[in-house]
Design a protein around this ligand. Structure first.
Ligand code: NOJ
Length: 487
């Protein structure tokens, strides 16, 4: 999320009103079972992981036949990236992956979420595959497994092949969805002998609105609301095609689901009325992606609000989009809307944030640990989801190497400890959260902020490529070892 766009503007770009839309929705908030199992920690078998993405860590953008992506082009435009950097080199993970896997092992993590760079596998996005491009992921997966780490693969983390942007307008066109389906089939066929969990698209909520609405992210377009809604619809269609491709071409038993930056709605005060209002708000604020994926329809309120700007779609589209998923991946960082019950509209109102609301060192990263309790709880109730995985959570920090050579990131530990305590609250109440991926394993290329925002458990010196564990790495190792958030 960029500091240049507030959450309120973000909701506006999404075509939703802060006052609450007319909706016939009756809250589907399901009371989690009170069974306080595992009061002292997380359930046995809880998956602990870390996450990265291809463009943010790999570098080697011209090696082994990789084609250009929209981020290669975008980062070349002067002024787009805060520090003028790009992903050409990033963490040199393409060459240093073995050492990086040792870092994951040292944390005691048993799972690692990474993404495949589409333009490595299909340099033009479609057409002729580049088997050499897939070799890197074969080696990566084998090395993970040799270290006792389970690979969790993301098919799309924003590095769209430039050729699809040039020829079809990227996510503006259903041609890109088709190409994504074929790419997903190709990857599933070749990697699901070892990869058992596949995330389809990462954060449609961000790459569509910021890439095609505000123009902050690649490809940097500022389109009309109708075009943005269509692109959003296309991303949901691409998700559905990828689910079908994994089912048809992957080994049986391969699990597949989205990884979305769900628009996070939280009851401002824990009363039954506010909780119900927050559930209605969560459903409506996420109607354009998670809603249509999980319900197979756009809500009436969404369509009414979008009016002439509503996406054009067929019944067949809705069928594809709502292909059943095995899990729901949620990227949860910050509260986006505190909600109270209202007599108006659909029965909820979104409160404004006071100027003094605290945040971490990224402006958008407001501190609201209860977000990671309420959002999975409400989502599980509304959509009767299967397993939920926190596909990302973490924070940036102004991490400096001290004179003692160490990084004492007690701010990150504070953030993580509080979020994990709330996550433990959720699992102890029976909310079906089965795993957690900390963003990020190591500092990396943070999109428009370049190398300035550090999210890693390991500090990276981008000149020497030396990785140094921060204090938070020890904190996370302890969480994993005890299977508990700690006090
Ligand atoms: C979400 C994105 O998926 C990831 O790429 C990004 O680095 C983090 N959030 C932090 O902003």
């Amino acid at each position: 999320m960029s500091k240049k766009v507030s959450r309120r503007q973000f909701a506006k770009i999404a075509g939703l009103s802060a006052a609450g839309m007319a909706s016939p929705v009756q809250s589907a908030e399901a009371k989690p079972q009170a069974a306080a199992r595992q009061a002292g920690g997380f359930p046995p078998g809880f998956v602990w992981g870390t996450a990265t993405s291809s463009y943010q860590v790999e570098g080697a953008v011209n090696e082994d036949g990789r084609g250009p992506s929209i981020w290669d082009s975008f980062t070349r435009i002067p002024g787009k990236i805060e520090d003028g950097s790009n992903g050409d080199r990033a963490n040199e993970h393409f060459h240093r992956y073995k050492g990086d896997i040792r870092l994951i092992r040292e944390l005691g993590c048993k799972a690692y979420r990474f993404s495949v760079a589409w333009p490595r596998v299909f340099p033009d996005g479609d057409g002729k595959p580049n088997p050499k491009g897939l070799d890197f992921y074969n080696k990566l997966i084998d090395e993970l497994l040799a270290n006792g780490i389970t690979p969790w693969l993301t098919l799309y983390h924003w590095d769209l092949p430039q050729s699809l942007q040039d020829r079809f307008g990227g996510w503006r066109s259903a041609e890109t969805c088709k190409a994504f389906g074929s790419y997903a089939a190709y990857v599933a066929e070749r990697l699901t002998d070892r990869v058992k969990h596949v995330f389809t698209l990462n954060e449609s909520g961000r790459f569509i609105y910021f890439g095609y609405g505000s123009g902050i992210d690649a490809p940097g377009l500022q389109l009309s609301q109708a075009e943005v809604n269509q692109a959003r619809h296309n991303s949901a269609l691409a998700h559905g095609l990828a689910v079908q491709a994994v089912r048809a071409h992957g080994r049986s038993g391969t699990k597949v689901g989205p990884a979305e930056n769900i628009d996070a709605c939280i009851p401002a005060i824990d009363t039954p009325e506010n909780v119900r209002a927050a559930a209605i708000a969560l459903r409506e604020m996420n109607a354009s992606y998670l809603g249509v994926i999980l319900e197979g329809r756009y809500t009436d309120a969404f369509l009414k609000f979008a009016g002439a700007n509503a996406p054009k779609f067929s019944a067949e589209d809705l069928k594809i989009i709502s292909s059943p998923v095995d899990f729901l991946g949620l990227n949860i960082y910050a509260p986006q809307h505190y909600v109270v019950a209202s007599d108006q509209g659909a029965g909820f109102a979104l409160l404004p944030f006071p100027k003094s609301f605290p945040h971490m060192n990224s402006d958008w990263l407001r501190i609201g640990p209860e977000t990671i309790y309420w959002v999975p709880r409400l989502a599980a109730g509304i959509w009767k989801t299967g397993p939920i995985y926190i596909s990302e959570n973490g924070t940036s920090g102004e991490d400096e190497v001290g004179p003692d050579g160490k990084i004492h990131d007690t701010d990150r530990i504070m953030y993580l400890r509080n979020y994990l305590a709330q996550l433990q609250r959720a699992t102890s109440e029976g909310v079906p959260v089965k795993g957690y991926f900390l963003w990020s394993l190591m500092d990396n290329f943070e999109w428009v902020f370049g190398l300035n925002k550090r999210f890693g458990l390991y500090h990276v010196n981008f000149d020497t490529q030396v990785r140094t564990p921060k204090l938070s790495a020890s904190f996370y190792r302890n969480v994993i070892a005890t299977n508990a958030a700690g006090a």
